[in-house]
Structure formats: C-alpha cells, structure tokens
Design a protein around this ligand. Sequence first.
Ligand code: GCU
Length: 674
Amino acid sequence: YALWLRYAAPDAGAAGPSATRVTQLVVAGSPGVPSATREELQRGLAGLQGGAPANGDAVTRAGALLVGTPAASPQIARLGLDLDGLGGEGYRIRSAVVDGHATTVVAANEDIGALYGAFHLLRLLQTGQPLDGLDIREAPRLAVRMLNHWDNLDRYVERGYAGQSIWDWHRLPGWLDPRYTDYARANASIGINGTVLNNVNANADVLTPMYLDKVAAIAGVMRPYGIKVYLSARFSAPMEIGGLDTADPADADVQRWWRTKADEVYALIPDFGGFLVKANSEGQPGPQDYGRSHADGANMLADAVAPHGGIVMWRAFVYSDEEPVDRAKQAYNEFVPLDGTFHDNVLVQVKNGPIDFQPREPFHPLFGGMPKTPLMMEFQITKEYLGFSTHLAYKAPLYEEVLDADTHVQGPGSTVARVIDGSLDGHALTGIAGVANIGSDRNWSGSHFDQANWYAFGRLAWNSDLSSRDIAVEWTRMTFSNDPAVVEPVVGMMMASREAVVDYTGALGLHHVMGRGHHYGPGPWVEGGPRADWTSVYFHRADGNGIGFDRTRRGSDAVSQYAAPVAEVFDDVTRTPEEFLLWFHHVPWSHPMRSGRPLWDELVLRYDRGVETVRGMRETWAGLDGRIDAGRHAQVAAFLAIQQDEAQWWRDASIAYFQSISGRPLPAGVAPPP
Ligand code: GCU
C-alpha cells in the first residue's frame, strides 16, 4: 500500500539510506501546499531516521533542512539563489550555510516547486545518497503531466486490473477516503499534476450537480498536492442531461449550454483543469455526427473553458465505421488537415502508436505531422495488451523507446520527446497522459511490479531524458531494498520483461494477435466478427507464402505518413528495423533475417526466447527468497508462475496456428507445441 513511499529505516548490513541526519525541519509557508510538504517530510524523516526531527520557524542548528520560497522564508531570500527559469514547479536543492549553520535548502519560486523538491530530497535519502555538496536544479519539461482514469461511475474500471475504481462516488462527498490523500501524495512525489477522474467512454452524469459536488470534494484533497482535476466530457451531454435535441457544436444553444456548464464547474472548482474528449471513435458521439470536424467540436468546448483558464484535450484515437484501407492511417488522415485550426487551449492527445497500445508499435505518425498544434502523448500504464496485472512487464523501456524515436521532421534529432515538449515547434502548452493502472486493490496496481509503471510514467513525464534503467533502480531501492543483492537482480528482471512479452506474444512487428474483446490471451486465428480490423488475421495477413501487413508504398502506403527519411527506411525491407518488419512488410516465410535464419525459424525462436526469459525471471525471483518480505515475495512468485504458464500458452498456440499456415517444419531442437 505504501508504494515507493515506504520510508523504511536502513536495511541492516546493506548500503542503506544516507547516514546524514536531518536535525531540524523548517518548512516556510502557510496552510495548503506547505502543510502537505511539512507533513510529508516529517513522515519520511521519521521513517528513514527512526524519529522525526524538531520543527522550527527558522534554522537554528547544523544539519537543518530548510524548505520553501524566498517570499515565505527570509532565510531563503537572503541566500539569493538563482531561481530563474525554474517556473512555478521547478526547484533547487543546495547544501548551504544558513546563519552560520550547515543546512540543506530546498528552494522554489512557488510552494508546489518546494513540495516537488521535498520529494526529491526524500528520494535521495531513500536511495542512500549523501546529502552533502548538493546542487540540484530541476524543472519539468511538460506543463500537463496527468493520469487518465478509465473509471466508470459504477466503479468498474475499463481495462483496469486492480479492482474497483478508487473513486467511491456513492460515499462522496460526505466521506473522503484517506486513500485519496495517499493517491495525491504518490502522484505529487513523481510530479504528476493532473488527473482525469472518469472514463473516456464517458457518462454525461458526471457533469450533473450531484456528481460535480463529489468532484469538487476530490479536487479539495488534490489541491495541496498541486494536482488539478479534469473530467472526460461526453459530447452528447447537452442532449442527455441538458434537455437539448442536438449536440451540434455550431448550434447556439449547445454552445451556451457548455459555457453555462463550464461556469458552473468553475464556480465549484476554481482550479478545474478542463475536459478530455473521445469523440467519433468506437461508437462515441462527436461533431462528425453533425457534419462538423474534430476541430469544430474541440474549439466549441475550448471556448467554454477558456475564460476560466481551462484546456481541452481532444483525443486522436479515432476510427470510423467504414472499413479502413488500413486502420493505422486513419487518425493521421483525419487530423492532419485540421492542423492550425484548433484554438490555443486545445491539445490533441495522441496514443504512442498508430494502432492501440500494443507491446511494441512504431511511433504514431501524427508526432511531427501537426506542427501547428500542440500534441499530447497518451501512454497506457495499465497493461491491456501486456498480460493485465499478473504478467511482469516493466513499461518504461517502451515509453523511452517512443520518446526517443526520431521523427526527422526537422532533420535528425526531431524526437517525439521534442515534439511533445514544444521545443520543436515552439508550443508552450504541452502535456502527457498515462492511462492509470490504479484501483482499490491493497497494492493499488494489481501487482507489486505494476506500481513501477505508474512510477516510471511520472518520472519520464517530468524528464524524458531519464533512462528506464535508472528509474528501475530508484524504484527498486525505494520499494524493496537498497541491498545490491536485491537491486541488481530485480532491475535485471524488469529490464528484460517487456521484451519477453513482445517475444512470447508475437515479435518482429506482429501486432493485434490477441483474443477478441478481453485482449488477454493469444488469438492470432481471430477472424470474422463485427469489423475487419477487430480481427487478428486483418493485421498479420499470414498466408501460404508469407506474413505481415504491407504498409509500404506498394501496399497501404502508411509509410508515407512519416517524414521522408523515416518513410524511406520503413519502406525498404532491407532497412526496416527487424522489430518492425511485419508491421510494414509482407515477407515470405523464408525471408532471410540478420541472424542468417529464415523468418519462420526466427519467429519460432523468439517465442521460445520469451518463455525462456520468463523462466529466468522466475528463477531470479526465487533466489531472492528471504531478502524480500514474505508476503510480497510470495505474490510475485505466484504471478511469475502464472506468467510462465501463459507465456508457454501464447508460444504453443501461436506456433501451432502459424505453422498450420506456413506449413514449415520447426527449427532443429525446438519442441513442437503439444
Ligand atoms: C482500446 C481499449 C478500449 C478503449 C479505447 C480507447 O480500444 O480496448 O477499452 O476505450 O482503447 O482508448 O478509447
């Protein structure tokens, strides 16, 4: 339950948390954020040091910790620290001498920056870093760093594998579950500053007065932690709860309805963040129902919240009812013509890849394709396609791979990270969203290791340059132990885990090969059904000659949605990275791979490799028995056993199916599926 904020006393014998002791705690400022900061530091230091330090109004002894803004603390003001360029959320941590006393100073322009700095300092202590000679300067790259809860008002979480929604709508606003505060603490500790409380497949009821009171109560808990509350808005709400007979964005009554609704929301929640909208996708209502564009819809809502400083996040995850030539192309086709027509307070929110949160996808071609529009990244933290909560898959390497991908739109170095942080095209409004994996399970995320995905998302949202390995090290130290005999093997498991999932579910660019509906187990044979693109055979296109989706210029031409240097690589079967081979090319089963093996053999060996990696993870974990508390050790061990069985299931089923099509023998030494 404590997540990475366990603040455990040093492990005996291990290179534990820093020996430096904080002797006095001075947090400057009034109630609100500074109180939350003080409480967190007291709690953290009490745990880490075995006793809370004395609180003071000013530094009076060596070994003090001084936290706040120059405006609230004359002692910080006198230090004259350069806080320019840090904005409201950035901070500095400095070892300094304050009125003759050696002091650690956390200074920021605004209280929220000081809170983030306090969490950074606690992280240093938790991970055993020395506190002397510190000179740290940090500021987030992105303005909006948020979670998207796909939580329904009946507490069912769409694609959630961690129990019911934590939002207890029935008991709100009267009962504020202490979990809300712990949720806010955990998010603030990694710099998350926004949360969308309800599912993108939205129920309009959340905008009724009864629910808005509940939302306001949650916002009150989030406020001292710098977290703004947002809501998913159902486009047809004016009809469903407003008594209008249309939701046409060009209709004056509809526009008035949304303006009045926004005024009502802001009267209750002055710092309300804004709306997230899924429109004209998977059956959701939207402006196209009235012959209007996504921009018409987004701008109408944006105008309603603009007087209050709100924003609209309009999702680009769209696909319409007609059968596409290639579903991967649809978002780009619909949105690129609208570039430059969105109002200033609109962000277009784009999933990391063009299909749907698969274990591996190339970056979405909209990144780099809409220079006049701020684009927001949408990652999935919940593991819809990576084994729900029982399979261990650390997703930071996936996030990192996408953020580091080079769009080449303005020459080399035009990374996706630079598209979304606004530096490439000069946007100030920037953001990133993670589809939350949080529920009311005791461990929040459904498994202990899934907490790492929440943690890593926040850390990368703050700074996309961090490495997934360094984040894994931090998280492991804070969550399990600082003992290198624990950290090294655990980080090794984490770093291998996502590639293992890619291998046993379908490597080399295969995608959308899971069972229909639930998206859990293997289903490369899935065909028929409501739409061609809700099947697997649509995506892998295996036949007697070969396998893969031809997205080259000779095929669906999806490659041309990328900038020329990228398009050329993806269009050329000899230059396409092998991990995307079958994403972009239909190749013969005998296609020669870089290993020298034919494609068929390589694919089979990848399935085997995936199972083998999981077996290795399981062994590694078994070796940690006694070094990790028995409760957590046992659950992870049980989940790894499930994962190993299911990796085998994926492998056996996939090989059996594809062999029935390829008709090729298994490579020497490979066990036939049962
Ligand atoms: C996926 C997912 C849906 C979700 C959708 C979305 O298709 O399976 O449950 O609603 O993405 O992102 O809107």
